[in-house]
Ligand binder design. Structure first.
Ligand code: SF4
Length: 374
């Protein structure tokens, strides 16, 4: 296909595709899906070989956010029955992070709900960052994700040893007011710029499946490229009961792969991360996504459970990829896929797996007395 040849050539040169080319990727048919994956895979391998970077989320503070992001189980007025707790103590945060590192993660993402941190909050997180840095040296990257940054906060996190800052754009500027009214797209973009200016590697991504158009997805991908982000988490909506987007299941595994491929063709040498919702939406096609993305989250998400860490490692090995930094010692085989008892299996009534299943709310790991999934 001429389109894909052109996108691969540009991808290898890091030359941006046109908007029309990016839109055309989203419009390809299911018959062309494997060609799209193969072309995106050529760009992926040129920049990242067959490496897969594992990232591990630690939710430092869960729920009770005053913002109204419609996709979020931690939002103002959320009725989702998630864990809610205030700031983890640094030793508890480090213990949770260490479980992820032992499971193979090379980046720890310290996340807190809220509009943005106070200076006291930043100091609190700096304690955890410093402790992780002291324990792991340069072997583990530390990313913070604390909301909108105020002047000087990125610099303080950097001085404590943080490597990166995550703040997702989530959707296009045009669609932003449809998903949130308490802050806007410009606020989010400004925080990404502040993180970068403060010496932190900017990480910012999107959420697919919220009712956005192809144009919105392409716009946010180009906005991320324009901000010079180093890593791009691609989330697929987890439609929590108790949130405004409950019951919204508009993605197919094929569509999810096309979204990932489009992001790869636009942000060619960025770390593209398969993020929240991969088990629910890619389902049994998850291994194909590894040919496009070079990174994923190990274990659980902020408020929902992910596939077991061991199943992730087995999937990566089975698909012929290698974990960045080396695979941790193997435990017993595990083919369980998390998300309730059904994992990636189809429903007996023919519904796609996940589509009719309640989201499995996280009940283990940070903020509980149960061991984390890693
Ligand atoms: S600011 Fe963050 S934690 Fe708060 S509702 Fe939005 S996404 Fe959720």
């Amino acid at each position: 296909m001429d389109l894909l040849s052109a996108l691969v050539d540009k991808g290898l040169r890091r030359e941006p595709p046109t908007r029309a080319e990016a839109l055309a990727v989203l419009a390809t048919s299911d018959d062309d899906l494997l060609e799209v994956v193969a072309a995106a895979g050529r760009v992926r391998r040129a920049w990242f070989g067959r490496r897969v970077k594992l990232n591990y989320l630690v939710n430092l503070k869960s729920g009770l956010c005053p913002e109204d992001c419609s996709y979020c189980s931690q939002r103002l007025g959320s009725k989702a029955e998630i864990l809610t707790y205030t700031w983890l103590k640094p030793d508890a945060a480090v213990a949770a992070a260490n479980a992820g590192v032992a499971g193979g993660a090379r980046r720890v993402c310290l996340v807190a709900s809220g509009r943005g941190p106070t200076d006291r909050d930043v100091e609190r997180v700096c304690e955890t960052v410093s402790a992780l840095r002291a324990e792991h040296g340069a072997a583990v990257e530390v990313c913070a994700c604390l909301g909108l940054l105020s002047e000087g906060q990125a610099e303080r996190l950097r001085a404590a040893g943080a490597d990166a800052y995550n703040h997702n754009l989530n959707t296009s500027q045009a669609a932003y007011a449809d998903i949130c009214t308490t802050h806007d797209f410009a606020d989010r973009a400004e925080t990404v710029r502040r993180a970068r200016a403060g010496g932190l590697s900017p990480c910012s991504g999107l959420i697919a499946g919220m009712g956005e158009s192809d144009e919105d997805l392409v716009d946010v991908a180009f906005a991320l490229r324009g901000l010079g982000v180093d890593s791009v988490p691609v989330n697929f909506l987890i439609p929590f009961d108790g949130t405004p987007l409950a019951g919204r299941w508009e993605l197919t595994p094929q569509r999810a792969l096309r979204v990932l491929a489009m992001v790869r063709f636009v942000c060619q040498d960025a770390e593209v991360r398969i993020a929240g919702g991969r088990e629910l939406h890619l389902r049994t096609l998850q291994p194909l996504a590894l040919h496009i993305a070079n990174s994923l989250f190990l274990g659980d998400y902020l408020t929902s459970e992910g596939q077991s860490g061991r199943a992730d490692l087995a999937m990566i090995a089975d698909a012929g990829f290698e974990v960045e930094g080396g695979t941790p010692p193997a435990g017993p085989p595990d083919t369980g896929a998390g998300h309730g008892e059904r994992g990636g299996q189809p429903d007996p009534d023919g519904q796609p797996a996940g589509a009719a299943a309640p989201v499995a709310v996280r009940r283990r790991g940070a903020g509980t007395t149960l061991p984390p999934n890693a």
